[in-house]
Design a protein around this ligand. Structure first.
Ligand SMILES: [Zn+2]
Length: 344
């Protein structure tokens, strides 16, 4: 154990113990390179207890009250326990055991709590940063990861979040300990995100800084996605002709807000039906949570053609999937996000 000292948040400096956890959670929660909307969770543990972000709280504004405290002896039993092979029953049993291990009753700990518990460092910061998922959602994620970060990079193939993912990570950590005789600081999850763990928050920060520096360098070499695409002249669909009507078509119960973005990367997809096949389904759990799993692609050459297409596609989509589309990609216009308000 690397962290057997007995911690009480009141007697320590704000950068240790639970104070450190609050500080590092807010630090990353407020930085959009690391956290967009929600997504991710953090923890601090001593030998007996673990403080982990409760479901529904936001990292940017988190306080001690927003952490669930759990009994680690009870959590440890969950790694070895046999659960039902039926996924629905299993997740229910796991949920009940997590609730039973929770000391702060009424606070629902993150579903990723067991993963936090098995990592033998005091602090764990699990995030879904865009730069990390750029790599973790790539075709050759594992090969490229090893190329960039070396043989010791710990990679976990995609698994739906829940007990099965936890067991997989648990097994990978055990194999890593056996092979390298040390505890991994970083765990990479395909199509999901990353766990960074260390005994101090300064170490966590330096690991994240180094990872982002390496990924940023590669991303810049690949494609300059920051460059805004110049407005197209004359031909093609015009936003002022198309967007007000599309907004009305999407506003069934309440008036929706649309946000439009256009750049080289978006153009690569909006102007080619062939390329759209690559982004027809979500890459990460965050995308499913915030954007859902299906999107509308409108490929008309003119404003008129796009509106005709939208008149059919928007109601058909809502009927088929049971929700109004949150994302549309429109040729000549760009990527359109749909929400009840601008913040959403
Ligand atoms: Zn996650």
């Amino acid at each position: 154990m690397n962290h057997t000292e007995n911690n009480s948040s009141s007697t320590q400096s704000p950068l240790q113990g639970v104070g450190g956890l609050i500080s590092i959670s807010q630090f990353y929660g407020r930085d959009s390179r690391f956290v967009i909307a929600g997504g991710g969770n953090t923890s601090y543990k001593n030998a007996e207890k673990i403080w982990v972000k409760a479901s529904g709280s936001s990292l940017a504004t988190i306080t001690e009250d927003d952490f669930a405290v759990l009994d680690r002896a009870k959590l440890n039993l969950m790694s070895e326990k046999g659960y039902s092979s039926n996924p629905t029953e299993r997740e229910e049993e796991v949920k009940n055991d997590l609730a039973d291990a929770t000391i702060t009753k009424g606070k629902r700990p993150s579903v990723e709590t067991s993963m936090h518990n098995v990592i033998d460092y005091a602090y764990v910061v699990h995030l879904h940063p865009t730069a990390v998922n750029g790599l973790m959602c790539a075709h050759n994620a594992e090969t490229d990861l090893i190329k960039l970060f070396g043989e010791k990079a710990l990679y976990v193939e995609y698994t739906d979040p829940g007990y099965v993912l936890f067991k997989k990570v648990d097994d990978k950590i055990k194999a890593y300990r056996a092979k390298f005789n040390e505890e991994p600081n970083v765990i990479w999850l395909q199509n999901h995100g990353i766990f960074v763990a260390a005994n101090t928050i300064d170490e966590i920060k330096s690991i994240y800084t180094e990872i982002l520096a390496i990924l940023d360098k590669v991303a810049i070499q690949l494609l300059d996605v920051h460059q805004e695409f110049p407005p197209s002249g004359g031909q093609g669909a015009s936003p002022s002709d198309v967007l007000p009507s599309i907004r009305m078509m999407l506003s069934n119960e309440s008036l929706k807000t649309l946000k439009v973005r256009k750049n080289e990367l978006i153009k690569y997809y909006s102007e080619s039906i062939e390329n759209q096949k690559d982004i027809a389904k979500p890459f990460t759990p965050d995308a499913i949570v915030y954007c859902k799993s299906n999107y509308i692609f409108l490929n008309g050459e003119t404003s008129e053609e796009i509106l005709v297409e939208a008149t059919k596609s928007i109601p058909t989509f809502t009927e088929k999937f049971g929700y109004a589309s949150k994302v549309l990609l429109i040729r000549g216009i760009g990527l359109v996000a749909v929400g009840d308000n601008a913040k959403q």
